[in-house]
Design a protein around this ligand. Sequence first.
Ligand code: A3P
Length: 294
Amino acid sequence: RTETMMPPRPNLFDFHGVSMIHYFTDNWENIQNFKARPDDVLIATYPKAGTTWVSYILDLLYFSQPDRQKSTPIHERVPFLEIHIPNFSSGIDLADSLHTSPRLIKTHLPVQLIPKSFWEQKCRVVYVARNAKDNVVSYFHFDRMNFVHPEPGDWNSFLQRFMDGKMVFGSWYDHVTGWWERKQSHPKLHYMFFEDMIEDTGREIDKLCSFLGLTSTAEQKEKIRHLAQFDNMKKDDMANYSTVNIMDFKISPFMRKGKVGDWKNHFTITQNEQFDEDYKKKMKNTTLQFRTEV
Ligand code: A3P
């Protein structure tokens, strides 16, 4: 598929104080009225923080049936709650039609926009965060190839827009700190980091199991750790989004690099200094800490 066959790029607009595009707000009434079930597990992230990786692992931990993983793309196994794109099943419809228990549901919404039913039902939530520098680099390449997002423009203007919070799903700074604050009062929220996953995936799988109350054996966990390695997921058409025709993989693959520290190949010295200075100001009131290398 060429660019001309892709849907037109949408515009960003302000939605309850968060930059959004219509594909994630068109179904808003159904999203806000979504009926969560007490055993639903919500996987919440800012875009490009490792959503697919953690979704893939959770799906394997709960449902290790070969035909499920071989025949159904990850975005159908783990519906994306707020997505509503013409000619695709909406996230709400997919979630409503899931017969599994639990249901694994993905969202990129900031904490204040999560449908209240998830809190009322006391669902477990897994939040994945990634350091801002690698997150923005990954987001830049994603917006180049994903035609349901606005044009990224050049790297320098994209970075500026990220710092200004003018991205789909709003400000990274508000997102990661908003969820971090919620964790302090919500016992069923597991806050995890992309960098920790890279450093020791097995350890992070163990932590997920204890949070979720899963009793997977060491052998099962080792198998899942292996299946969820970058190179294996990259080859898996049910995980690499190759079944989705809103992305142009010639521009950039979905499974792009999967590393900590790729930001060093993108930030100039000046950009890095300006970013760090601005970061300190934006993050001065939080105890949340990130690693930009491991
Ligand atoms: P990069 O663009 O830096 O490579 P999301 O699923 O939230 O959209 O995040 C996508 C990012 O996670 C991409 O980052 C992708 O390569 C990375 N990723 C996905 N699966 C991974 C894995 N198994 N190991 C390491 N990184 C992975």
